[in-house]
Design a protein around this ligand. Structure first.
Ligand code: GLA
Length: 767
């Protein structure tokens, strides 16, 4: 071929040769260009992070989504796209800053700057605001360089004048369709730079108006209530100024377009911040650009963080995800992220044990004999972890004294905790213990010895809440003391689980021992030190499990969840209220994180529900029992034993499977949730009738997420499943098999009647 070609070319004149060669090159390009494009497109879709140098664009790819940023002609890092996956390289555009609208709407403000500094003519919520020692407060960040390490992209920005750098780190969680952003602010100048606002970044949804916001609000005993409202021009601030995550607002959001999304359909952008201190999410709709963004990070209220030359400040992780299949899928994605990537046992996820906690039975009145008696009963119903709550230490007979004195109370436990723990272990259960490490009662030996350890502004009142003050965990000696005390207790006793409580918020957050310029740093330093203690405990005691609690669900966020196995959802254990608390919780957090107890009735709101209803509600999370077992009847024990053994059969599906919220407790008379195991082999349905009126039958339940080609064997625990033909009920036990399509299209009918009736079905896929 090449000989033939050279002989042919020799016969031609030079212009003829040139034309022929050019023609051949063009033919070859035409033949191979699509192949190359296809290769580039394939790589674009496979690589989690891809840089396209011609466009100066980075594409972050998850399995079903794309996220794009690029450098625009002003050298700013600009957000370009976030949503459904872009499949073709040719669809990608370079970043172009938007022109000014008038002299009042500058290009900086019109453009979706990925990590905006406050400076020049920027009027939206900035991601970073600084003040330099020389008085300069202007900050304009431009692109410098980038680095790609597998699923991680680091983009380096720098102020146009000063050696002030920001490293933005993106990590792609491909299977979960989630991206994590973090920022690190680096002072390479020769002067002190005071950071006045440090955000982790901003999530931009496509330009437009008519978006809707979903978020979680609440109060003590009424956490994680769902709110949905239109996003209008201006800012909506979700935040905590209380020192911890708070019951009042949770650092999670979801946004859908024009209210088009429901549980199963529609585009939903969602995000969550991993920080257990003062946080802030600013949902901002800029009127000029019709742009909705959610900026999140440390709360800048009462915040200042001086960076000396050479120092840096890193921000909390800020997660963002996209679901093209409604709020249900958005929840399943974030649950998967928590289970596979965040929780301390993510490398080898294991189900949570069934626990017993004595708090509601005994309150502060704990002692060796009493706890042993409860342990006997708990073991009989199948409990695996026995937790002793408040009251075992110092002079703790009520909530007026003892916090801070973490030594065993000698009247209640004359021989220490060892006899109780070995008794509990002898019954086949692990032992867990309650602590509230960050607190001190003024009536305690610790406070008498170290009154300065409590957070305070010198000479001013120290406001108590629940008769307690808060230790300044930002102080190194306090942190070390608390670590040593906990480490000693856990090392000397066979403690497999601790419940880490925090029963008040900050007050008078003074830190007089620190240099004046650093005192506002207390909000961040405190939380970092709490994290550090937990991290060190985990290293020292790898088998230790931890439950975070703050008067119920006051410390629930993706930051604490890197360190604790589960959280106490709410001090409100009333089962009907819990349906709503748990629904809101499930929007953002997986079932295995959610401690849920069966307690006695009438509950705190005076309501009584049947024991079976209470069990089935609690079985939708990490099941615990907090009732006074000394008062239970034989029938109660029989039912509890049956329920606990049923739970053990289905818990892996509930805790680690895929949740489908079928009927919301906010909307009608029925609540129903379905859980499908990760391998699809087991399906569990829970259904709760609130209060039947006018003899209305419970609505048909259409199952979701089943295999179209499989059949399922339904196992009932009672006689609440109606026969498909609509007459009579299926007797308790095993039924015939039913097809996936039948269950999803024809659905199931339940014979639920009256007040607080409930049932659960287990479905097994027949191979
Ligand atoms: C908080 C917790 C409860 C219990 C008490 C003990 O209120 O939420 O579960 O541990 O403290 O004082």
């Amino acid at each position: 071929m090449s000989n033939y070609l050279s002989r042919y070319l020799e016969r031609l004149s030079w212009p003829g040769r040139r034309r022929t060669l050019v023609g051949m090159v063009l033919i070859l390009m035409a033949v191979f260009a699509p192949v190359q494009t296809m290769r580039a497109e394939a790589a674009m879709n496979i690589d989690p992070v891809r840089y396209l140098p011609d466009l100066k664009v980075w594409v972050l790819n998850t399995e079903r989504t794309s996220y794009m940023v690029g450098v625009n002609e002003r050298n700013e890092l600009q957000n370009i796209y976030w949503g459904e996956k872009l499949l073709r390289g040719g669809d990608l555009a370079a970043a172009r800053s938007r022109p000014e609208h008038a002299s009042f709407d500058s290009p900086e403000t019109m453009t979706n700057i990925e990590y905006p500094g406050w400076g020049a003519r920027y009027y939206n919520e900035p991601s970073l605001k600084v003040a330099l020692a020389d008085g300069d407060r202007d900050l304009v960040l431009h692109y410098v360089s980038h680095e790609i390490r597998g699923d991680t992209l680091v983009i380096r920005l720098k102020d146009i004048q000063y050696d002030l750098f920001v490293n933005l780190t993106y990590k792609v969680f491909a299977r979960e369709d989630i991206i994590r952003k973090e920022a690190s602010i680096e002072n390479r100048t020769q002067q002190v730079v005071t950071v006045e606002s440090a955000q982790s970044g901003a999530w931009y949804v496509p330009t437009g108006e008519g978006y809707r916001l979903t978020y979680l609000t609440g109060r003590w005993a009424g956490e994680t209530q769902v709110v949905r409202e239109p996003i209008n021009p201006g800012m909506k601030v979700l935040e905590s100024r209380r020192g911890n995550t708070s019951h009042q607002l949770n650092p999670w959001f979801a946004i859908d377009y024009c209210g088009e999304a429901d549980e199963e359909h529609g585009r939903v952008w969602f995000g969550a911040l991993g920080w257990s201190g003062n946080w802030k999410l600013v949902v901002e709709d800029s009127p000029a650009s019709h742009q909705v963004r959610v900026t999140g990070g440390y709360n800048d209220f009462d915040f200042a963080w001086p960076l000396k030359p050479g120092e840096n400040l890193s921000t909390p992780p800020y997660y963002g995800g996209y679901s093209g299949r409604g709020f249900g899928e958005a929840s399943r994605l974030i649950h998967r992220l928590e289970i596979n990537e965040i929780l301390p046992d993510h490398a080898a996820p294991h189900p949570r044990p069934v626990l017993y906690n004595s708090w509601e039975a005994t309150e502060f009145n704990v002692n060796e004999e009493g706890q042993k008696a409860l342990a006997d009963k708990a073991a009989k119903i199948g409990v695996e972890l026995f937790v002793m709550d408040d009251g075992w230490f110092g002079r703790r007979n009520d909530d007026h004294a003892g916090l801070g004195d973490w030594t065993v109370n000698p009247q209640k436990f004359p021989n220490g905790l060892k006899p109780l723990i070995s008794y509990v272990n002898g019954l086949g259960m692990d032992f867990g213990l309650w602590f509230e490490p960050e607190m001190v009662n003024p009536d305690s030996d610790l406070y008498r010895k170290h009154p300065d350890w409590a957070m305070n502004f010198p000479g001013r009142p120290r406001s108590e809440a629940r008769n307690q003050l808060i230790l300044n965990m930002a102080r190194e000696e306090v942190k070390e003391y608390i670590f040593t005390v906990l480490d000693k207790m856990i090392s000397e006793n066979n403690i497999k689980y601790i419940k880490w409580d925090m029963n008040r918020h900050f007050g008078e957050p003074g830190w007089p021992e620190a240099p004046m310029a650093e005192q506002k740093g207390i909000w961040v330093k405190y939380v970092r030190n709490v994290y550090e203690i937990i991290d060190r405990l985990r290293v020292a005691h790898p088998m230790l499990a931890i439950e975070a609690c703050s008067g119920g669900g006051g410390r629930v966020d993706l930051g604490i969840l890197e360190r604790v196995n589960e959280v106490w959802t709410s001090d409100n254990t009333e089962a009907f209220d819990r349906l709503r608390i748990q629904e809101g919780f499930s929007l953002a957090y997986a079932a295995k994180i959610m401690s849920a107890w069966v307690t006695d009735v009438p509950n705190m709101n005076g309501r009584s529900t049947p024991l079976k209803f209470r069990f089935l509600v609690a079985m939708q999370g990490a099941l615990g029992i907090g009732a006074n077992l000394n008062k239970w009847s034989g029938e109660d024990f029989d039912l509890a034993t049956k329920m606990v053994s049923y739970y053990k059969r289905i818990r892996e599906t509930v805790q680690q499977g895929n949740l489908y919220r079928l009927f919301s407790p906010r909307e009608g008379e029925l609540t129903a949730n379905e859980y499908v195991s990760a391998d699809g082999k087991q399906v569990v349905l829970f259904a709760f009738l609130h209060s039947q009126q006018f003899l209305r039958p419970a609505p048909t339940i259409y199952l979701r997420g089943l295999d179209e080609n499989a059949r399922y064997r339904i196992k009932t625990i009672d006689n609440k499943l109606m026969k498909p033909e609509g007459h009579g009920v299926v007797p308790g036990g095993v039924t015939e098999t039913v097809s996936g399509p039948f269950l999803m299209r024809h659905g199931l009918n339940l014979a639920l009647t009256g007040d607080f009736d409930s049932t659960s079905l287990e479905l097994e896929r027949v191979e």
